[in-house]
Design a protein around this ligand. Structure first.
Ligand code: ARG
Length: 581
């Protein structure tokens, strides 16, 4: 409905231009907002105030002109001028009811699809040298839910798992793998089942044995020169490490596949060219033997220029060099309209620098956007970065195991008589959903405190609350299985029906905002409000015990659309629903 009003206003602006009332070149950003107080209508715009300067007329007078030229619409029951020149729209209830009825029959739940874009989404992107840890959790689940919403809206999404699969630390790891194999044969692969301790053991060998360290350095050189044996070793190592990641993805219900892996090593052959191109454009400077780029706008707090290092004195390339190559690939080969990066906010400066450099160097098409969707740190209940009791990094798998154990306790306490298999399945869903939802429901830019107690609570904006709300709505149908709804019609009479109807109609604009800003918490907040609107409706408006069949049918349809919207919304967050819990 919001976009409908927006398009009515766009047409009106065009008419005013034709009439010479506002200059041809004015291009106001037409904003339509939902009103808080429904006695002022459902939607409002400040367009008259925005145009008052261009038109040289006072806002209230202009507001009247806009109203006079507004195309007729059956969706608008009444339009009013308010305050200094706001225009308030009252939405026609029967038009809204028809819109909801149509949504019910539509696979996109009535959401109007925007012009389709190609969107590259860089997310998860762990370093393969080590075990995936909680720091990668946020990137993986926030990125995956934005990906799902983009696809639902009809965009072409290209997932890019930009894994760290290259760099000097691989020399050390390969040398250790080689050593273990010489001792234990293929059994050595077993050692890799715990990458974290494998890494530590390799590091220990590197520090204690000069001979080992020399071999490690030699392997780096051989790896880079494409040596067959060394590359095979490297591929085997990465393959094992990646399989750990994919176990986690599968468990989390994340949509990344092996085909989405396009790691740092994929750009090796392009790096030399990146340096040449920067050089040809006169962008490179020399700093202690390294090749760097200084950009005017990047300085530290003492005003000193901050360089982007492109190539080290020893010829090695850096993280930034690879990102430049990746941007060129995403623009030139993948033809992205947007490239989104779900990466820790601590890398904000890195992205500002390489984005700006890629533009200056012409590595990306001017119309392609580069968007760092940064996120804050996940902290423990002490407010400090999340660690194990002994101070080590928490492995993702261990975290999920604990969530599962706690969810099982919770579900069992609510259902003492349930059989073990059912309990286990419900606990699996609730455990994963709680971890994901706790993260997704916070504004990604803020740090947040990871708390099992909070995320597994049935109160507030949590996964258990929403999953339970869904089972309640779905439960109404179980009791109304034999009702024939084929001729049922939605009518919005009671205030609570109208409020619920209005909420339901917002699904599309919420999704548009979520993918535009890369903010799943917008969808979480919406689903929480929707569940609340349904509760109030259900309290005030008996469904199965309605006054008459027509009313009962209408209310059943409203419940059905609520259930579908909750389920679809949760699924875009990557969360499974349950029929009972
Ligand atoms: N592997 C990096 C890390 O763990 C994240 C990579 C993000 N993507 C990128 N294009 N730089 O910090």
């Amino acid at each position: 409905m919001k976009s409908h009003i927006q398009s009515l206003l766009e047409q009106t602006v065009a008419t005013l231009k034709q009439q010479g009332l506002i200059p041809e070149e004015t291009a106001p950003r037409i904003q339509v907002d939902r009103t808080k107080d429904k006695s002022h209508g459902d939607l409002a715009t400040n367009l008259a105030m925005m145009l008052t300067k261009a038109a040289g007329k006072p806002p209230r007078e202009l507001a009247q002109l806009i109203i006079d030229n507004l195309p007729a619409s059956s969706h608008v029951a009444k339009v009013e001028i308010a305050g200094p020149g706001f225009i308030n729209f009252f939405i026609d209830d029967s038009a809204l009811a028809k819109q909801l009825q149509a949504a019910l029959a539509d696979e996109h739940l009535g959401v109007s699809l925007p012009k389709s874009q190609t969107v590259v989404v860089d997310y998860s992107s762990p370093n393969l040298a080590k075990e995936m840890h909680v720091g990668h959790l946020r990137s993986t689940i926030i990125g995956d839910s934005v990906v799902r919403a983009l696809e639902f809206l009809g965009h072409k999404v290209i997932r890019q798992n930009h894994v760290g699969d290259w760099g000097t630390q691989f020399g050390m790891l390969l040398a250790y793998m080689e050593e273990l194999r010489a001792q234990n044969g293929e059994n050595a692969n077993l050692e890799l089942s715990d990458l974290e301790s494998f890494y530590r053991a390799a590091k220990l060998r590197f520090d204690e044995s000069a001979e080992f360290a020399t071999r490690a350095r030699q392997l780096v050189v051989e790896l880079q020169s494409g040596d067959e044996y060394c590359n095979k070793l490297w591929r085997e190592f990465n393959d094992i490490s990646l399989s750990h990641c994919h176990d986690v993805y599968q468990r989390l219900g994340v949509s990344l596949t092996r085909a989405d892996v396009h790691g740092e090593s994929a750009y090796n052959d392009d790096l030399e060219q990146v340096v040449k191109d920067l050089d040809a454009q006169g962008l490179l400077s020399e700093s202690n033997g390294a090749k760097v780029v200084f950009q005017e706008e990047f300085r530290n707090k003492d005003g000193e220029a901050l360089p982007v290092i492109i190539q080290k004195a020893d010829g090695g390339y850096l993280y930034a060099t690879t990102d430049l190559a990746a941007m060129r690939y995403r623009s030139g080969t993948l033809h992205a309209d947007r490239a989104l990066y779900f990466v820790d906010l601590r890398q904000a400066l890195h992205f500002q620098q390489v984005f700006s450099l890629a533009r200056t160097a012409g590595f990306v098409r001017p119309e392609m956007t580069l968007e760092h969707m940064g996120f804050g740190t996940m902290n423990g209940e002490d407010g400090r970065p999340f660690k194990t009791r002994s101070g080590g990094v928490v492995k993702l798998v261990d975290l999920l195991d604990e969530a599962n154990v706690r969810a099982l306790e919770l579900v069992r306490s609510k259902n003492p008589d349930m059989d073990e298999d059912t309990l286990a399945e419900i606990a699996r869903v609730v455990g994963i959903a709680s971890v994901k939802y706790a993260d997704l429901s916070k504004n990604r830019a803020s740090d947040y405190i990871f708390s099992f107690d909070q995320m597994l609570s049935f109160e507030g904006n949590t996964a258990p609350y929403l999953l339970y709300a869904y089972t309640r709505v779905a439960g109404i149908f179980k009791r109304a299985e034999d009702v024939d709804l084929s001729n049922a019609v939605i009518a919005l009479e009671h205030d609570k029906e109208k409020e619920l109807g209005n909420k339901l109609a917002q699904f599309g604009e919420i999704l548009a905002r979520m993918v535009d800003k890369g903010q799943p918490h917008v969808l979480c907040g919406y689903l929480f409000e929707l569940a609340g609107a349904f509760s109030s409706f259900y309290e005030a408006c008996p469904v199965l015990a309605a006054d008459n069949e027509t009313q009962k049918h209408s209310r059943l349809l409203l419940s059905q659309l609520t259930a579908k919207t909750l389920k679809q919304g949760l699924s875009l967050l990557g969360i499974e629903t349950l029929e009972r819990m």
